[in-house]
Design a protein around this ligand. Sequence first.
Ligand code: MG
Length: 234
Amino acid sequence: MDLDGTLAEWHDLHENAFAIGAPVPAMVSRVKAWLAAGEDVRVFTSRVDGGDTAAADPAVSNSVLLLYQQTDKIVRMIQDWTEEHVGARLPVTCRKDYAMKELWDDRCVQVVPNTGEAVADRLAAVTVERDELLGRLDRMRSASRVYEGSGAEADRIMNAAVRQPPPTGAGNDITSLVIKDFQTRADFGEKKYGTWLKAHNGRDALMDAYQEALDLCVYLRQAIEERDNPKCTT
Ligand SMILES: [Mg+2]
């Protein structure tokens, strides 16, 4: 695991090769847990690169470079620090090796193996996809609520019809009235067209019936509207 910015705070370039920032508590706890689990935890830092990094930086003076070149001394300084804060003198290295399972570092960008794609980008894409799916789910839920709502309304109307009392009374016989109406209509048709309605008369009976049904719906709705919301006469 990296030192500066990961296990220890790092706010500015250390002029002093022998200074380490304050421990980062969350990372310290993590390292302690790894150690308790028997993991091989190492400090992975360019501080022990023999001064190569410092030598490449023109801002580093010769006297400071000499400090960075004292690798053994820097390793001891880091181990003193880890002993104090994580309770163990951890191995210190600037070399990655094949047995490394994980590298914890504040500058690492993890890639999805063999793709060149950053894990963070993959995660962002998955998050967008997740939000899109959640949005779609929300819309489906709203639609289903609307559907349930209209279902309840239909139930209310059906229940109202079922709750109606059985028919009674001594009014006019409706079937007789309808038969009379049929006769009147037939006579009207014969007068108007010169014949009663007969099969194979050249008309599309289904379409005629459908159009009459549309008119019927409109008139039924008009009647219900006029019954439920009578015209204000005051
Ligand atoms: Mg770092």
